[in-house]
Design a protein around this ligand. Structure first.
Ligand code: GDP
Length: 318
């Protein structure tokens, strides 16, 4: 039997006012779009597989799909998904309707991986109560076949950001010539520093700590034998993030900016990710700023651990 997924396509016309959102971040090519499409379409999604209701070559039926849209990194998309409130039905393949399960709906928002277009995402993250306006991420998807869509409202609604999924290409990270480790870590540094500074600003201003935004680093493409296992992805990223914070603080000192502003509360501390002055960086340091970071391996295509752990991680946080 084909599991009919409850996942429905979000369209700009769906009444989704209060749905929370989860943001997909990460460098281009890491697999954000593939992951979003997998969660939306279900487990039979294969790359380059034409959308159809007829059985595929291997006899497996493909999921009737309301959307078969690929998008370029300039036109990110948002899908509305539902996760069961019952942990035993915590699978993106569960037919929530048939299971009679109560579900929590949320929006999964893809963002552009291109460096020039990242500002949008980082600006949203810097707010005390980060909200996403999905239309700002231009979810210009068709509402065709979407039984949940209506044609009434075109208002822009704000969605409360609950969590971040930072997708990395674990195979590219293994290739030291690719420069992937450095560029991935640069992006991750900016994301984590934005969350840290947001927490710091509130704390210094005497305000209540902002709602925390946990981060899942999804080490993708573990189906490839060249890919680094999750443990190594974690240690490589931590090493690189440590190098970046040293380089950046040295840059400030060399430019003279650090002299006057060094020490607690100064510019150097502001740009320093994690525990100030620590020798080696570890993700655990982010707890000081109420930022939980977890690295979990998986894959969208091929054989491997799959995407269930990521789905469960998301389900526990929306
Ligand atoms: P994005 O730029 O982060 O949105 O990345 P895409 O989703 O466009 O994926 C980039 C490339 O990686 C595509 O060719 C995908 O088919 C491929 N890809 C994504 N996930 C996986 C995976 O789990 N395993 C393998 N082998 N390839 C993947």
């Amino acid at each position: 039997l084909v599991p009919v997924l409850l996942h429905v396509l979000y369209s700009a016309t769906t009444p989704y006012t209060t749905l929370p959102s989860v943001l997909l971040l990460g460098p281009s090519g890491a697999g954000k779009t593939a992951l979003l499409t997998l969660f939306e379409r279900g487990p039979f999604y294969k790359p380059d597989q034409p959308a159809s209701n007829s059985p595929t070559d291997d006899g497996k039926p493909s999921v009737p799909t309301p959307v078969a849209r690929t998008h370029t990194s300039q036109t990110p998309s948002t899908v509305e998904l539902a996760v069961s409130s019952d942990p035993s039905a915590h699978s993106y393949t569960t037919d929530l309707d048939a299971a009679g399960a109560t579900a929590t709906k949320f929006l999964l928002v893809d963002t552009p991986g291109h460096p020039k277009l990242r500002r949008h995402a980082l600006t949203a993250l810097s707010r005390p109560n980060p909200t996403i306006v999905p239309s700002a991420f231009s979810a210009s998807l068709s509402s065709k076949n979407n039984k949940n869509s209506t044609s009434s409202s075109s208002e822009t609604h704000k969605s409360k950001l609950k969590a971040l999924v930072f997708v990395v290409d674990a195979a590219a990270l293994a290739d030291s010539d690719s420069g992937s480790l450095a560029s991935t870590a640069e992006y991750l540094y900016d994301v984590l520093l934005t969350l840290q500074q947001r927490f710091d600003r509130q704390r210094r201003g005497g305000a209540r700590a902002p709602a925390s935004v946990p981060v899942l680093v999804a080490a993708n493409k573990l189906d490839l034998f060249t890919a680094l296992p999750a443990g190594l992805v974690k240690s490589q990223l931590e090493g690189e993030l440590g190098r970046i914070r040293k380089t950046r603080s040295k840059g400030l000192l060399d430019s003279g900016e650090g002299d006057a502003l060094d020490g607690p509360g100064g510019d150097e501390e502001e740009g320093w990710l994690g525990s100030y002055g620590a020798e080696k960086f570890s993700f655990d340091e982010m707890r000081e700023f109420d930022v939980e970071v977890e690295v979990v391996g998986g894959n969208v295509f091929g054989d491997g651990p799959g995407a269930e752990k990521w789905w469960r991680w998301i389900g526990d946080r929306v």
